[in-house]
Write a protein that binds this ligand. Structure first.
Ligand SMILES: [Ca+2]
Length: 396
């Protein structure tokens, strides 16, 4: 597994003691910024001044001004990156439960990175299904998923009992997100959330809140705010939790007193399962089924979104191999195949729960398919050990 960089173990860094000391100083400065919650903003400036900003990063300074409420002076923001959003730091701080000073300190340490804007504007969810699928449904990812399942069987089964989320789903999520913890992201989460929260108006409301949650999380966990690595969107750890999800749904499964989604597979497994339980996962139920349209108007069914019931779906003439109870809410999704045709899926509440992790229907289907392959691989691997695994018998 890739070495986690989340914690403030400054001295472990390749670049040695200097970075370690700077890291320690940043953690300290952030902590003191918090303790100044009731102090006037001059104190915050002093706190921020404890540590010099990153050398040669005018963006950090100008961005700090740009990010201040509209009344702030923008006159000297010469090196400012494109169109900074006007974010009300007071509102942001009170909503997140951190001090304005802590936010200001974090902003002073952050760097605008154009590459982050570039990355978020070309996500792989823009691909057609048959191309997207090839990224995730590979022999290597399936085999590594089976190994992950076998290595963490006990923890996965405990989580299944506790949260009702099948082991193969948890494996597939961690497999799609980070290749089972191998690639948890190399971006500075601070820079990612700062760039998207303060310089990407389209998603500023969301990412500025995540920025504030991240500050809170760093304070809670004692992390060095500049050292935490994650995705270009600021997602962290084996299951790629956004800071607010980390705060709300991370679980300390191994009982060491920390919710460590970077290094503890047990914590990551329980946390993913907990997230699903809290986002509508229904234990023992199916996820999605192949649809035969049989002349039914697929577009009309699709247009109903989640307002469709299985009764209406069947009345329109479509069918599934497994009967879905007629009162059940469902949704029809279509997926582009390489030969120009489409495959059609009937998605149920558990599919919807996967889209609460990532809104893309491509993502949800990839997780579902990967989970099925992992489950089959696991059953085979256990059979080779002479253990017969009973099929799970989900109901639709
Ligand atoms: Ca733990």
């Amino acid at each position: 597994m890739r070495k986690a960089r989340g914690k403030s173990h400054g001295l472990e860094k390749a670049d040695g003691r200097a970075m370690g000391m700077a890291a320690a100083a940043r953690a300290l400065a952030l902590a003191s910024a918090l303790s100044l919650a009731a102090a006037p903003s001059a104190a915050a400036a002093a706190a921020a001044g404890v540590v010099a900003p990153y050398a040669g990063q005018p963006a950090a300074q100008s961005a700090r001004q740009a990010a201040a409420p509209a009344s702030g002076s923008g006159a000297s923001a010469k090196a400012a990156p494109p169109a900074a959003s006007n974010i009300d730091l007071n509102a942001l701080a009170s909503k997140a439960g951190v001090s304005v000073q802590a936010l200001q300190y974090a902003i002073s340490q952050a760097r605008y990175q154009q590459k982050i804007i570039d990355a978020i504007t070309r996500p792989s969810e823009g691909k057609p299904w048959y191309q997207y699928r090839r990224i995730f449904i590979t022999r290597e990812r399936i085999d590594a998923g089976v190994s992950f399942y076998l290595s963490h069987r006990e923890s996965l089964q405990k989580a299944f009992k506790l949260y009702g989320v099948p082991p193969e789903i948890v494996c597939a999520i961690i497999g799609v997100e980070t290749f089972y913890g191998r690639s948890m992201g190399t971006w500075a989460v601070l820079d990612a959330l700062y760039t998207l929260g303060f310089h990407y108006p389209k998603r500023a409301a969301f990412f500025s809140q995540e920025f504030a949650s991240f500050v809170k999380l760093c304070l809670k966990e004692g992390w060095d705010i500049g050292a935490v690595k994650g995705s270009y969107a600021g997602a962290m750890g084996m299951g790629q939790f956004m800071p607010s999800s980390y705060l709300n749904f991370a679980v300390d499964a191994d009982g060491d007193g920390r919710e460590d989604l970077f290094k503890s597979a047990d914590d990551a497994i329980f946390s993913v399962a907990n997230y699903f339980k809290m986002h509508g996962w229904q234990a023992g139920r199916g996820i999605c089924y192949a649809v035969h349209l049989d002349g039914a108007d697929g577009e009309a069914l699709k247009a109903k979104g989640w307002d469709l019931t299985a009764g209406e779906f069947y009345a329109a003439g479509a069918s599934t191999k497994v009967a879905i109870p007629s009162s059940e809410k469902m949704r029809v999704y279509t997926y582009d195949l390489e030969d120009g045709t489409q495959s059609v899926l009937a998605a149920l509440a558990n599919f919807k729960a996967i889209t609460r992790y990532n809104t893309s229907p491509l993502y949800a289907r990839a997780v579902f398919e990967l989970s099925e392959y992992i489950r089959m691989g696991y059953v085979k691997a256990m059979a080779r050990q002479g253990v017969y695994v009973k099929p799970e018998g989900r109901r639709p």
